[in-house]
Design a protein around this ligand. Structure first.
Ligand SMILES: COc1nc(N)nc2c1ncn2[C@H]1C[C@H](O)[C@@H](COP(=O)(O)OP(=O)(O)OP(=O)(O)O)O1
Length: 170
């Protein structure tokens, strides 16, 4: 069994706007997304989220709250992605373009879903209403979702995929 690849994703939300970044290179190039990346050895998931946010758009979040856990399977790849989603409403610094991302504020009613990962249109509404979520998406390539399992949760449980397995979903 291959261990999941641990990743973070941070969405800064202030009232009616969300800070997204246009991915200039690497995984997800050409798409708008939150800020994040791989968890490195020796750091907690939350530390990784704060580090990636700062590296990719130059801001420091005051307090990151973990709001989502997403598992992604890509057909033909035995390694799943495990993305820990965080949010914050206050931060220090001015969002600034980096080598990897070009930040831009979006009104919550004009989120550019057509230029984002296709899973986002499913879980963003839960995020935008201030709730937590847990999900599994099976992709074929980077554009086609074959299977979706998503639920709103009170509390995040890191072994929700066990629930999906038991229920014959994965
Ligand atoms: C498959 O669906 C996805 N949807 C969304 N919304 N976000 C995703 C999806 N898969 C991955 N992500 C996020 C998770 C991370 O925030 C980034 C990917 O991080 P990256 O591979 O660029 O990580 P880095 O550490 O920055 O990588 P390098 O060291 O190679 O630059 O996308």
């Amino acid at each position: 069994m291959v261990a999941n690849k641990l990743l973070t994703l941070v969405l800064i939300r202030q009232c009616n706007r969300v800070l997204l970044g246009y991915k200039k290179k690497g995984f997800g190039v050409g798409r708008w997304n939150g800020f994040g990346g791989k968890v490195e050895q020796g750091e907690t998931i939350q530390q990784a989220a704060a580090r990636e946010l700062h590296e990719e758009c130059g801001v420091e979040a005051h307090s990151l709250e973990e709001i989502g856990l997403l598992k992604f399977e890509f057909v033909g790849d035995p390694q799943w992605l495990e993305v820990h989603v965080f949010t914050a409403d206050t931060f220090k610094g001015e969002p600034t373009e980096s080598e990897e991302m070009r930040p831009q504020w979006y009104n919550i009613h004009s989120i550019p879903f057509n230029d984002m990962w296709p899973d986002d249109k499913y879980w963003f509404p839960i995020f935008l209403k201030g709730a937590k979520f847990s999900g599994y998406f099976k992709f074929e390539g980077h554009n086609n979702i074959l299977k979706t399992e998503l639920k709103e949760v009170e509390k995040l449980h890191y072994n929700d995929y066990e629930h999906f397995k038991l229920n014959g979903i994965v």
